[in-house]
Write a protein of this length. Structure first.
Length: 636
């Protein structure tokens, strides 16, 4: 039985640690506040956005009024408190003449560039509702104008998911509105949102604190923005690919020069310059915080060396002609000198993380040892835009190590470890049993040795997940670690872990079926079949040998598809040996895959023709796994 259900106050040791951290930083420097508030045109007295499907409130500025206090509470790292207050600014801002941002409506910023006829929209947020509300604010202040182009800076959902709140798919198609994105965009959307979507979504609940109460004992920020709304995600596939640095387009009368930055903050990403505005969009490559080289929700490790190189390239290409620098998150930089210093520090930050990690790796240090040893050089540590509100030195240097040397640190003892549950049970037996472990852990908790207590009790909970003493003390430990964290996402991870230890897994509103379908509909068929491959339950499909030929007349495509040895294989061709020849719209095939249509439901449809054994299709659908996205993390 779990006894205590509420959060605790900061312990004396946490109070001392936070006070010391705050005393070492110039927290009263107003420069970032001036940047964050510059150009404000309109701010709603209270920002409230409702979800289309449920009517529930998905963004409410009142949730964060506790941040009005300038003094950091004892339960929040003072530097994070300062940053969270800066991120709490919402409204419509003029960045420069003809360029505006709506900030604070979503995790990302929505940027508008005035063209000859209408708006060029950059990064239409995560969900339809917040994008629609942001556009409504801009229209209220700046007047009604059509959307004449949409630009996705990169392949993360908070930069494309709200596109239907900016322009409907029908209007975009009928008016021929260009959707501009870096080459490889769709493939990377597939990789993150489809192939690994359920696992990443579950871990994102931890990273963004989506089930946490807002407040000084709960979620207060996400480093690059305030909140990820639980709304409707949509997708419009790009119609214009940017393929190379120096590529120039004139969009609605506005000149744009593009710079490709693949494998930096996202596998498909680009920055771009507006020569007539002297403005540079740095996408998510430069922010008011250190970013992630490995993001804790799970993603491909990013290339710190390339990332730094792209920023240097931007300085060389655009540094002498840029008076304002703006990004997909946080606030802009104004003035040529400020822009150049900002870019130079961001360049040096990612280069330092790369070079110092590999210097120590080449001395034989392990990832954990490197993370423990390295601290930022003074000039970067004193620049708030380089501090770890989102990424941290600790987990970023481990990412650099992983990129070059992988998960294995070279120690044979770590080559083939036991699964966590089995290892935990044996460790506790060596340590005298769980009651003895919890008693000793409580002494170390009182002494403030929190990292060790978390490590030991993490094993205790995996060995005996129903032991209330272990669960509650681990929850208390996570809480105190959260209160000391400068990184918003570390705080969110710790607090979500504490929440689940006390109350179990709280469901997050599921993505609407329509949203999933909009993403699937945008996928090329090869990527759709890759997704099918990930869903095949290998053990269940073992011994199955299925061959079918799929024809999609609406796409003028024909595919040979088979399942053998628990895996899928396919090729865009006819299959003379197929046991089933199936002709149908691809949209109907998608309905079969998501379960909204059964094989029996194909009977009598004029747009479906089947020759051969329909049991082949039944067999394929029967071996597909379903992901619920609610797996355990802090317990077995």
């Amino acid at each position: 039985m779990i006894e205590r259900t509420s959060s605790a106050a900061a312990s004396p040791a946490t109070v001392r640690a936070n006070a010391a951290a705050g005393a070492a930083l110039p927290l009263s420097d107003p420069t970032d506040r001036h940047r964050a508030e510059r150009g404000l045109l309109r701010r709603a007295e209270r920002l409230v956005v409702h979800g289309d499907r449920t009517g529930a409130v998905i963004r409410d500025s009142e949730d964060y009024t506790f941040l009005d206090d300038e003094q950091a509470p004892e339960s929040v790292h003072p530097s994070l408190w300062r940053h969270a207050r800066l991120n709490n600014s919402h409204g419509l801002y003029e960045v420069c003449d003809g360029l505006y941002q709506v900030r604070g409506y979503d995790l990302a910023n929505l940027t508008l560039v005035r063209g000859e006829v209408g708006w060029i929209v950059i990064d239409p947020l995560t969900v339809t509702e917040s994008a629609r509300a942001a556009m409504a604010l801009a229209t209220e202040v700046l007047g009604e104008r059509p959307v004449t182009a949409v630009i996705y800076t990169h392949s993360h959902k908070d930069h494309y998911g709200g596109v239907a709140g900016v322009i409907s798919p029908e209007e975009a198609r009928d008016r021929g509105v260009p959707i501009i994105a870096p080459a490889g965009f769709v493939a990377e959307v597939v990789s993150e949102s489809v192939i690994a979507g359920p696992a990443m979504g579950r871990r994102a609940t931890y990273q963004f604190g989506r089930v946490l109460d807002r407040g000084v004992l709960g979620q207060l920020d996400n480093g690059i923005g305030k909140v990820v709304p639980n709304g409707e995600t949509t997708f419009l596939a790009p119609t214009v690919d940017i393929t190379h640095t120096g590529q120039e387009l004139v969009v609605d009368g506005v000149r744009i020069v593009f710079q490709m930055t693949p494998e930096a903050e996202a596998p498909a990403e680009m920055m771009f310059h507006f020569p007539d505005l002297n403005a540079l969009c740095v996408a998510e490559n430069c922010n008011a915080t250190m970013h992630n080289l490995y993001t804790l929700r799970g993603a491909q490790v990013r290339d710190a060396l390339a990332w730094s190189g792209y920023i240097q390239e931007a300085l060389e290409l655009f540094g002498e002609t840029t008076d304002v620098c703006f990004g997909s998150h946080n606030w802009p930089r104004f003035g040529r000198d400020d822009v150049r210093e900002f870019l130079a520090h961001q360049r040096d930050l990612y280069r330092w993380l790369h070079d110092q990690t590999m210097r120590l790796a080449n001395h034989g240090r392990t990832p954990v040892e490197i993370a423990e040893e390295l601290t930022l050089p003074a000039a970067l540590a004193s620049d708030f835009s380089c501090r770890g509100y989102y990424g941290t030195v600790s987990h970023n240097v481990k990412a650099v190590y992983q990129r070059y040397l992988g998960w294995f640190d070279g120690n044979p003892a770590h080559l083939d470890p036991l699964p966590d549950e089995e290892s935990a049970a044996r460790t506790l037996r060596y340590m005298g049993g769980i009651d003895a472990v919890v008693e000793r852990a409580r002494e170390d908790f009182d002494a403030g040795d929190l990292r060790w207590v978390a490590e030991v009790l993490g094993r205790a909970v995996f060995a005996e997940p129903e032991h209330s003493g272990a669960r509650l003390l681990l929850a208390d430990t996570f809480e105190q670690l959260a209160y000391r964290a400068e990184a918003s996402i570390w705080r969110n991870f710790y607090l979500t872990g504490a929440e689940e230890l006390r109350h179990g897994i709280r469901p997050v509103p599921a993505q609407a079926a329509a949203a999933q379908r909009s993403i699937l509909a945008a996928l090329p068929t090869a990527e759709l079949l890759d997704w099918v491959g990930v869903r095949i339950d290998g053990p269940r499909a073992d011994g199955t040998d299925l061959r079918t030929e799929l024809t999609f007349p609406d796409r003028d495509e024909r595919w040979a598809v088979g399942v053998r040895n628990g895996t899928i294989h396919y090729w865009p061709k006819a299959d003379p040996g197929a046991a089933l020849l199936l002709t149908l719209p691809r949209t109907v095939f998608e309905e079969l895959l998501v379960g909204s249509l059964t094989v029996a439901g194909l009977d009598g449809r004029a747009d479906v023709r089947a020759e051969g054994d329909l049991d082949v299709l039944e067999g394929l659908l029967d071996v597909l796994d379903t992901f619920t996205g609610d797996f355990a993390i802090v317990e077995p």
